[in-house]
Structures are given as C-alpha cells and as structure tokens.
Design a protein around this ligand. Structure first.
Ligand SMILES: Cc1cc2nc3c(=O)[nH]c(=O)nc-3n(C[C@H](O)[C@H](O)[C@H](O)COP(=O)(O)OP(=O)(O)OC[C@H]3O[C@@H](n4cnc5c(N)ncnc54)[C@H](O)[C@@H]3O)c2cc1C
Length: 317
C-alpha cells in the first residue's frame, strides 16, 4: 500500500489521542505522513515520529486563522505531487471541518463513521450500521485519494518508538474572505477529573435516576473512583446534563477499564458507545434490562439504594 496521510491535531505541541490512534493503525498499512496546521509542528514531531509518522507536512503558524480552510487549501495544493493513497481524519470537530472542505476542493468522496480499516483489494473502511448491530465494508473504486473519517477509540494508541518526524512546510494559498476569520479566544469547559473519553473508569447515569437532582450520585461515585461521569441520551435530551456527557452512537465512544451503568436500559445506541469497555457493571431494577446482556457484573436493584451504599462502602476520600 502507498503513503497514508494522517491529520495531526495538536495543542501546544501535545498530539491528541485520536491522532495517536490513527498513526498506530496507519503504520500497519503503509508509509505514514502527518498533515498539520499550526505553529507547534516541531514540538509535536517527536511524538508524531514515535507513533509512526516519517514526515510532517505543516502549514506553520496561521496567525489566528481557522485551521479548516487553511489546511484543506494547503493539502489540495500538494496532493498531486505527494500522491497519498488515503487520508485519515479523526471524527472530531476539527477533523470533520478539514475533511469536508478537502472533499469539496478535490471533488472526492468521504467515507465516514469508520471503526476499522483493512487492506482488502485497496484500503477498506469498516462501518457499523443499524445501531451497531452489523458492519459494512466500503472502499473507493475511483482514482482519487480516499478520505476516511474514523471514530475515536477505534484503535489502541501504541508508540513504536520511532525517531522524530522530519517537518516540511506547505504553503497556504490566499484564502480570500474566508482567510479573514480569526480565532481570538478559546473557552474550555471546566472539569476537575479525567476526560470522559480518556478516563479509565466511567460512571454513567440514565433515566432510572428519576430526576436531575439525583445525578450528583453519579458525579460523587465517579469522583470517588477517580473516573469521569457520563450519561445516556435520555437524560441529556431531558436537560439534566450537557451533551458532552453523552455516551453512545451520537455521543462519545468510551473504552475504560471499568464502565458502571446506573439506571440505563442498554439501548443499542447506548451500547455501541461503551461495549468495548473491559469490565461492565450494570445497576438496574429490571432484571430483564438489555444492559445485563453485556454486563460482567449485574446488580438488580434500585440506584437510590445501591449508589449511596457504594459511596458509603468506599468511605471518605
Ligand atoms: C438515532 C438515535 C441515536 C441515539 N443515540 C444515543 C446515544 O448516543 N446514547 C444513548 O444513550 N442513547 C442514544 N439514543 C437513545 C436510545 O435509543 C435510548 O432511548 C436511551 O439510551 C435510553 O436512555 P436510558 O437508558 O437512560 O433510559 P430508559 O431506556 O428509559 O431506561 C431507564 C432504565 O432505568 C431503569 N430504572 C428505572 N428506575 C430505576 C431505579 N430506581 N433503579 C435502577 N434502575 C432503574 C429502568 O428499568 C430502565 O431500564 C439514540 C436514539 C436514536 C434513535
């Protein structure tokens, strides 16, 4: 297989987890080149190299300009001479922005929602359908570069210990009016625990909690265990917690060591977001709840009794 480009998302020289996951997979498939926008390519080059990139193509500093238009334009300018076989983007706000714009510039299609990549008569994406109950395989048959959007947590990030990647600059053409937009400030939602999609323990609550005021039981247990708090869509839609807490098909995919589902029925759309967890513990008063079909440990009981008892057993931190 030829060269695979991987969109490298970085912050102050730190490479995002989804990028490391994509690099780990891409190095199994061919030579890997990271494509990047921003002033921190040199700072990120060591980590990018360690996970499999031999080179980094970077726009360099964008002077506050938006990454999407700049990187898509810069990549479309060098794609002819570099001729990558495929470009992998993470399904993130940034990845989707660049992939969509690049697709339009190249008049090339995108395959989205990928959870695995295999080499079968060309690079082929594996995509879950029907709420994750079955997978379909899709590949590009045309001459154009294949653009894939891959879901986070599809692969486990592992360093190969390679050398630092060599950084080359790519030119950003004049972006016209689009280039006038500048980022002046970024607001990051405050949180004092690990991130939901990176935590090794996740405690999620669902409609079985009964009311928004009871969600603190989930947060208390997550905090006590050093984990992150999550939620089913039912309680996100009800406005109990923000969307950033949602686990599932249309929320975050998590693969912690321990996932505790409290008062969650186990709809397929929820389970696709957490069934890869190493150990699943379910608390539900209905012994027939579907969540028990994938649970390693099931507690048939009332969350209002089980959660306080667990907190009490764990004692003060
Ligand atoms: C296109 C689409 C995308 C979706 N995406 C997502 C997604 O990303 N994530 C997601 O979560 N859902 C998603 N859903 C919604 C999903 O189908 C379910 O509606 C949702 O997951 C149900 O949430 P829940 O388990 O909290 O609520 P319910 O299904 O109402 O389950 C509540 C559970 O709590 C139990 N219970 C009640 N009282 C107690 C008690 N006192 N103690 C213990 N247990 C109790 C009940 O037995 C029940 O099993 C999606 C749906 C669609 C159509």
């Amino acid at each position: 297989m030829g060269t695979i480009w991987v969109h490298a998302e970085t912050k102050n020289g730190e490479v995002s987890t989804i990028t490391l996951e994509l690099l780990t997979k891409a190095r199994e498939l061919g030579e890997v080149v990271a494509v990047h926008a921003g002033s921190d390519a040199e700072a990120a080059a060591l980590q990018l190299g360690a996970y499999g990139a031999s080179r980094v193509l970077s726009t360099g500093d964008l002077d506050g300009g938006l990454i999407g238009p700049a990187l898509a334009s810069a990549l479309s300018g060098v794609i002819g001479e570099e001729a990558p076989q495929a470009i992998l983007f993470g399904t993130t706000y940034g990845g989707r922005d660049v992939a969509g714009r690049l697709s339009v510039k190249l008049d090339a299609p995108v395959i989205t929602n990928i959870v695995d990549l295999v080499d079968e008569d060309g690079l082929t994406g594996v995509e879950p359908v029907f709420g994750g109950t079955t997978n379909v395989r899709t590949r590009f048959t045309g001459e154009k570069v294949g653009i894939f959007l891959v879901r986070p947590k599809s692969f486990v990030a592992e360093s190969a210990g390679g050398d630092s990647a060599a950084v080359s600059m790519i030119a950003v053409p004049d972006l016209g009016n689009t280039g006038a937009a500048k980022v002046h400030n970024q607001f990051v939602e405050e949180s004092d625990g690990p991130k939901l999609d990176e935590a090794s323990i996740v405690v999620s609550g669902g409609r079985g909690l009964g009311e928004a005021e009871k969600y603190h039981l989930i947060e208390d247990l997550a905090k006590r265990l050093g984990g992150a708090a999550g939620a089913s869509r039912a309680i996100v839609d009800a406005g109990w917690v923000p969307y950033s807490y949602q686990v599932g098909q249309t929320g975050k995919v998590v693969k912690p060591d321990v996932y505790i589902a409290a008062g969650i029925s186990g709809a397929t759309q929820h389970m696709v977001g957490m069934k890869g967890s190493k150990t699943i513990i379910a608390i539900n008063k209905d012994s027939e709840a579907p969540i028990f079909s994938i649970a390693d440990l099931g507690i048939v009981g009332d969350v209002h009794k089980v959660l306080p008892a667990l907190l009490e057993a764990l004692g003060e931190s």
